[in-house]
Design a binder for this molecule. Structure first.
Ligand code: 13P
Length: 246
């Protein structure tokens, strides 16, 4: 069992990493861990979590969100964190950040839900973008509840990311991976039309994932691209586009 003192250090460590990547700006973002007794250890509201937050600044709330320890209020997005914990008894940590490429994709209305890279199929199944909700309000947890049962990572339209995990480093890793996928996808789109994985490739990846003991991921529900053109048609359209830009 990890001590609360160590978990406090873990949150500060993760917040610094997120800030160093540029996925927290100023007082953006929040991180929490569910303690063994069901209370939640969370970042305080309105504090710069990358530069000016120490272990002692963290807040403890009970399962209903009521503050039980700490000098200030917990994050203004605490209800989103609580919703994630309520829907997912299996998770121990929640990370909400403002990753640049993920948010840019949502602003442009471009989905990252397609199976573009093997790591999407292995780690996420899919990366859904939730509907726009007003940050800090009850709208955010209401929307998150629709997705969190099936997905460990999602983009909150025009707002940020939400990732969850068995510990705070697992939730952080999913943020890092999701933003990396977004960055690669952005660069690829700058070079030309992008080619999603084919249905056969996805099926093979799912088989390999099962053999590796990875959790079964929901691939299609937030995407449905595979229901569209078949592989031959995708190739013909790509060739057509290639000819027209040459
Ligand atoms: P808090 O400082 O209250 O956690 O708010 C930051 C944020 O990102 C709100 O969405």
């Amino acid at each position: 069992m990890t001590s609360e003192a160590q978990l406090r250090r873990d949150i500060v460590d993760v917040c610094k990493r997120i800030y160093e990547h540029g996925w927290f700006a100023a007082t953006d973002g929040n991180v929490s861990i569910r303690l063994d007794d069901g209370r939640i250890l969370a970042t305080p509201t309105g504090v710069h979590k990358g530069l000016r937050m120490t272990e002692d600044d963290l807040i403890v709330v009970d399962a209903s969100g009521k503050r039980v320890a700490g000098a200030r209020d917990a994050s203004s997005e605490m209800r989103m964190h609580l919703a994630a914990y309520q829907e997912r008894p299996d998770i121990k940590a929640v990370v909400h950040a403002h990753p640049t490429n993920c948010i840019a994709f949502s602003l442009a209305g471009v989905s990252l839900a397609q199976c573009l890279l093997p790591e999407i199929v292995f780690t996420f199944g899919s990366i859904p973008t939730t509907a726009y909700t007003t940050p800090t309000t009850e709208e955010v947890p209401a929307e998150v509840r629709k997705w969190i049962k099936k997905y460990d990572a999602m983009i909150l339209d025009r707002h940020g990311s939400l990732t969850v995990g068995r510990d705070v480093f697992a939730a952080y890793d999913k943020l890092e991976r999701m933003e990396h996928v977004a960055e690669i996808t952005y660069r690829a789109r700058m070079l030309g039309p992008i080619r999603p994985l084919t249905r056969d490739q996805i099926t093979r990846l799912q088989q390999v994932g099962q053999e590796l003991g990875l959790p079964k991921r929901e691939v299609c529900e937030s995407c449905n691209v595979c229901e569209g053109p078949d592989e031959g048609m995708i190739r013909r359209v790509a060739e057509e586009i290639g000819r027209s830009i040459r």
